[in-house]
Design a protein around this ligand. Structure first.
Ligand SMILES: *[C@@H]1O[C@H](CO)[C@@H](O)[C@H](O)[C@H]1NC(C)=O
Ligand SMILES: *[C@@H]1O[C@H](CO)[C@@H](O)[C@H](O)[C@H]1NC(C)=O
Length: 327
């Protein structure tokens, strides 16, 4: 049944996979990468337009968390595509941040894969680069497709890109990310993040992966998470931080001691409200974010500490991509 379902999804999405002998790698030649990305077959890549302007660092991070890269156009066709994206940006003289910077060596602009700007067929705008106040280490592209050096802390919309070439595919979880594991009877997938983050960053990372900080809806789900954690004992995880507290998707950030899941339900409504002994204790100066211990019993935790966290994603839900073309 499940296999039929996955097969149907692939068929519907027009995707095609070919196994490379002896490995679990799949050559990805299809039209689907992930939520909200559009495939441009002539450019052999997936793109997502981010309309909300961010700083260059935040833009780079956002693309990275989506499994993509802040775009640095490699061809005239790609420049044209970005120009048509800019036609739809609702602003006076809009420009996009590109994945090009001179943060490591002032005056020497490189892409995020260390290709020199001189090796790309790109053109500066008149009067650029001018390095105003000696503080312009990032690059934007305007509606004419021309470049300017820009303050990295200014904010601009941007486009994330993922090349289709050699993309591996996690069939079970319907994602490129091999770190997601399916809980077959729950129809959901989970990923334990072993790079510790605070709760809000964990929230952001899960969302960017097309999921959410895990919400426990049953004893069965609790047991699955406890088993997942068993596979990652503290000594297997790098770094010096508390590895027995794991952020998940509940909090009392709106009203103290009124715990809600990220979907707004009380814990009882969500289907699992078993706190560990003596928890929640709202330890000073106040613990407002949700976590579990390794046995997957609930605990309140400080939101700003760096802990492990678990993302969850449904294998069924898919978001629609925004069209890249001008109309
Ligand atoms: C893609 O995979 C093929 C075959 O496995 C390999 O020869 C090639 O170097 C890979 N290309 C990239 C860009 O990784
Ligand atoms: C989490 O870390 C991010 C990035 O360092 C920071 O902006 C945010 O305010 C932090 N959140 C909390 C709750 O401390």
């Amino acid at each position: 049944m499940l296999i039929t379902y996955i097969f149907l999804i692939q068929l519907l999405a027009g995707t095609l996979y070919a196994a490379t002998a002896g490995t679990k790698q799949w050559q990805y030649t299809g039209s689907q990468f992930r939520e909200y990305y559009e495939f441009k077959s002539s450019l052999k890549a997936f793109y997502k337009v981010h309309r909300v302007p961010l700083t260059w660092h935040d833009a780079r991070t956002r693309c990275d968390r989506e499994g993509a890269e802040l775009v640095a156009p490699e061809t005239y066709e790609e420049v044209d595509m970005l120009k048509s994206v800019l036609e739809k940006v609702n602003a006076h003289n809009p420009s996009l941040f590109l994945g090009i910077h001179s943060l490591f060596m002032k005056g020497n602009f490189v892409t995020l894969s260390d290709v020199n700007l001189e090796d790309l067929s790109l053109t500066w705008e008149f009067g650029e680069p001018n390095n105003i106040a000696n503080n312009e280490n990032c690059i934007t592209m305007n509606q004419m497709g021309r470049l300017a050096d820009t303050d990295c802390n200014s904010v601009h919309p941007f486009v994330c890109k993922r090349k289709a070439k050699n993309m591996s595919w996690n069939n079970e979880c319907n994602t490129h990310d091999a770190a997601y594991t399916l809980a077959p009877s729950l129809s959901t997938c989970y990923k334990l993040h072993t790079q510790p983050k605070n709760w809000t960053t964990g929230y952001d990372v899960c969302k960017a992966e097309g999921g959410y900080l895990a919400i426990i809806n049953s004893i069965e789900e609790r047991d699955f998470l406890a088993k997942l954690l068993e596979k990652h004992p503290p000594e297997s995880i790098l770094g010096n931080f508390g590895k027995d507290i794991i952020y998940i998707g509940f909090h009392d950030l709106f009203v103290n001691r009124e715990y809600r899941t990220l979907e707004g339900q009380t814990l009882a409504e969500a289907g699992y409200n078993q706190f560990a002994g003596n928890q929640p204790d709202d330890a000073p100066p106040g613990e407002r974010c949700g976590s579990i211990f390794r046995n997957a019993q609930l605990n309140d935790a400080w939101c700003d500490r760096l802990f492990l966290f678990i993302c969850e994603r449904s294998i069924k839900k898919r978001g629609k991509a925004e069209s890249l073309s001008a109309q």
